[in-house]
Design a protein around this ligand. Sequence first.
Ligand code: ADP
Ligand code: MG
Length: 323
Amino acid sequence: MPSIDEFGLIARLFAPLAQSHAGAQSLRDDCAYIDGPDGMAWALSTDALVAGVHFLPDDPPDLIARKLVRVNLSDLASSGARPRFLLLACCFPRSSGAAWLEAFAAGLAADCQSFGLALIGGDTVATPGPLTLAATALGDLPAGQALLRGNARAGDDLWVSGTIGDAAFGLEVALGQAPEQPELLERYRLPRPRLELGMALRGLAHACMDVSDGLMGDLGHIAAASGLAAELWAEMVPLSAAVRARMGADGLEKAVTGGDDYELLFTAPAARRQDLAALERSLDLRLTRIGRMMPAEGPDQPVRLLDGEGRPLAPPRPGYRHF
Ligand code: ADP
Ligand code: MG
């Protein structure tokens, strides 16, 4: 186990290799960007999924394939890009049977079709280890319009789409630690990338990212990349009825630190509140103002969780870290 966390490791070992390309965003964004012809740009994102880490080994194969596609598309959504192409690397255990592989491919086909993606390459190998998958998604958008983590401004409202915490509670269902609750389980197994929202936020939001590793920790990435601090209002965090029904004493902490939400977290000036209300109606997707961005006062605690009276709550443990 390395002595630095995942993000320290990326910053120290890999970010120096990204310096020659400004569109790499110093490896601090959800996507990398490459300018293309005719005023367009490519947004690119790669994500890996490992059995036992990101899904359970006996999850249905079609849903594993679709989760792989969707976690990548969620990064494109956070940049405001439209999905176009997919590259796929599969490390299949030798024991994978034909029926399993066919169901996997059927799930892949369903999502490529529904999201307008063409599969254009990849690699297929056998592994003695757990099922390991990686996909790279390419999307397009108008050059210069990508929504970046680092563009938040002091005074911006902080918004989030949908509801938070469903997948964290869904994982408990998947692990058999909580009673069956299909809608929570589905939120864990089958993320819904907020692509329409991402594209609609171009020119409206200042900063944006997708929430994959827990709301609190991911908000820390927007704050750090923007050189700001953030306030998160605990009572405003949108929770589904299913999550509320499940909430024990540690419910809010689980909701704001649990992973796999794949909602969009974004900042926008107060002057755009009416536009966002209109967008919420036209997309039929809940958009909730959950805090604000402020000037950074120091290096410590860039994100403060506040109760309904504005009093600081004890900071929950950080979001999911691989290292
Ligand atoms: P996300 O959750 O949005 O997929 P991550 O937290 O996984 O993003 O990664 C943060 C940033 O670090 C991204 O810009 C990603 O491309 C970059 N990154 C992560 N691992 C590596 C790596 N091994 N090599 C180069 N860049 C990496
Ligand atoms: Mg992301």
